[in-house]
Design a protein around this ligand. Structure first.
Ligand code: KG4
Ligand code: ZN
Length: 343
């Protein structure tokens, strides 16, 4: 069974070919970072235009790398939300054209569902890396942390989700990006702060861990930490490289601790055996380490997607679509983009 998937919800144009739901034959990702960098964030018009420029060559590259032709495909999947509506439209139009021309089913996928299903791609790793790893067993808990979303989801079965908590303001990745922009570190901020934090002391500044009180349940808030960092840095007359690294490490510590503690609490309450991690911020080295250690310490199995499937990519969309294909859950050719699609 060969599935082509497309992902264009934000600033990555990606196409992947998945064989039998397990083997990633190709996963091509073209990032637009360089075109948005000077604006310090993603400019939606630029994003749509860049997707249009590269979508066809990216699809061709994914097919070529997989040694597959359009006529070999059994279905085509595409992200239809949440995301930037202009960006989503590009992937949707391409996928619909392929589905119509090749007379194969179209499968619309929720981007957040795609991130969760990155955890089902452990089979596709080289044997050495996949040793000891297995796909999550239901029910499991998934912490989704990306540039636009932060939520704790109870995954009861394929396609059956219950959101236990979400951010009330900024997403975790958004806070990373905004703090980095304020400190003049560049865009996107996540990987830059992650690297810089390695040289700093995570307890140099004790930024308040937000919404830890019981009344907030599993909800998050990251705009307070962001403001605390901005205020702290503004008060320093000269910020040396060491101070900058300390601020980055302390900010990261506060964010990671909040994410990990709430996730562990939710996992204990809901009596799951497995915790999975998803979304662009799951590339964060401190988050991967802390969640693994804390989770394993509490007796949970912790599954973390391979690095290449953490930030936006089409392989994860294909993984989610495979289960929809098995259940014959196809979309109509008039499928519309939904900017604020919920899980
Ligand atoms: O999932 P993703 O690729 O796109 C969205 O769906 O939003 O996530 C992008 C976010 C950005 O905010 C980026 O700064 C963050 O993921 N990110 C990281 C790291 N790598 C990417 N955040 C923290 N540490 C990282 N290593
Ligand atoms: Zn994403």
């Amino acid at each position: 069974m060969l599935l082509l998937a497309l992902e264009t919800s934000c600033d990555e144009t990606s196409a992947a070919v998945l064989k039998n739901g397990k083997e990633v034959l190709s996963n091509i990702v073209a990032t637009q970072t360089e075109f948005h960098q000077k604006y310090g964030g993603i400019v939606p018009e630029i994003a749509s235009r860049k997707h249009i420029e590269v979508i066809n060559p990216i699809i061709q590259e994914a097919l070529d790398k997989a040694k597959v032709k359009f006529k070999d495909l059994d279905a085509v999947a595409v992200t239809y939300g949440p995301g930037l509506v202009g960006s989503l439209l590009v992937g949707l139009c391409a996928a619909k054209a392929i589905a119509w021309a090749m007379k194969i089913p179209l499968i619309g996928v929720n981007h957040l569902e795609g991130h969760i299903y990155a955890n089902f791609l452990v089979h596709s790793l080289p044997r050495e890396e996949s040793r000891g790893s297995s796909v999550p067993q239901f029910p499991f808990l998934c912490l989704i942390v990306s540039g636009g979303h932060t939520l704790i989801v109870l995954v009861k079965d394929h396609g059956k989700y219950e959101t236990l908590g979400r951010t009330r303001d900024d997403a975790a990745g958004e806070a990373y990006d905004k703090v980095a922009r304020f400190l003049g570190l560049g865009f996107p901020g996540g990987p830059i702060i992650d690297k810089l934090a390695k040289e700093g002391d995570p307890h140099a500044v004790e930024f308040k861990r937000p919404m830890m009180e019981k009344e907030f349940g599993y909800d998050f808030s990251f705009s307070g930490i962001k403001t605390a960092v901005v205020n702290y840095a503004s008060k320093q007359k000269v910020v040396s490289n060491k101070q900058l690294a300390d601020i980055a490490a302390s900010f990261q510590q506060a964010v990671v601790e909040t994410l990990v503690e709430k996730t562990i609490k939710a996992a204990l309450k809901h009596k799951v055996k497995t915790i999975a991690l998803a979304g662009g911020v799951s590339a964060n080295s401190a988050l991967r380490k802390h969640l693994s250690e804390r989770g394993k310490g509490e007796g949970f199995k912790v599954i973390i997607p391979p690095l290449e499937y953490t930030t936006d990519n089409a392989a994860m969309i294909a993984a989610a679509a495979f289960f929809r294909f098995k259940n014959q859950q196809f979309s109509e050719l008039n499928l519309k983009p939904v900017a604020s699609l919920k899980i």
